[in-house]
Design a protein around this ligand. Structure first.
Ligand code: ATP
Ligand code: MG
Length: 149
């Protein structure tokens, strides 16, 4: 499915719609070129789950955890820009970090992608004029998800 994101407000709305449906174990895989709006959408999801304050772009730290509470659901925000293969994920201990949490991953293709996971919501962001377009691919678990059928 395609979702037009002509403005930051539209990205916020998509983030809220995603946040409302998330379950532990899901992964939101955000792909797209530099500046495509991946971190913007991650921020919108976190805000909708109750995060107040900054959301640093985790390109240096690689992984930024947001525990629950105060969030409704624990989130791990990761940026895999500097990684070059799924083997690197063992090194950061991603499996342990993901336990009972939702992973929001920027540059998922750098670590082999997550599309094979039934809980994966894969979103490819493209620039269109001054705004963006989101191409959304739903993993099996998302086909029955409230608000996403
Ligand atoms: N829907 C939108 N409409 C207009 N501008 C947007 C939209 N989404 C994001 N932007 C703008 O695009 C710029 C880059 O956004 P962002 O930092 O989220 O990109 P990114 O994909 O995370 O980039 P990087 O790969 O460098 O981490 C920001 O200035 C942001 O405000
Ligand atoms: Mg980013």
């Amino acid at each position: 499915m395609r979702v037009a994101l002509p403005s930051l407000a539209a990205s916020d709305a998509l983030g809220a719609r995603i946040a409302a449906a998330l379950l532990p174990g899901d992964v939101v895989a955000l792909s797209g070129d530099l500046g495509a709006g991946k971190t913007t959408l991650a921020r919108a999801i976190l805000a909708a789950l109750g995060h107040v304050g900054e959301v640093p772009s985790p390109s240096f730290a690689l992984v930024e955890p947001y525990p629950a509470p105060p969030l409704r659901l624990a989130i791990v925000h990761a940026d895999f820009y500097r990684l070059s293969g799924a083997a690197d994920l063992d090194e950061i201990g991603l499996d342990d970090l993901r336990e009972d949490a939702v992973l929001i991953a920027e540059w998922p293709e750098n670590v082999g992608g997550f599309a094979h996971e039934p809980g994966c919501l894969a979103i490819a962001l493209e620039t269109e004029g001054n705004g963006r377009t989101a191409i959304v691919r739903r993993g099996r678990d998302w086909l029955e998800r409230a608000g996403w059928t």
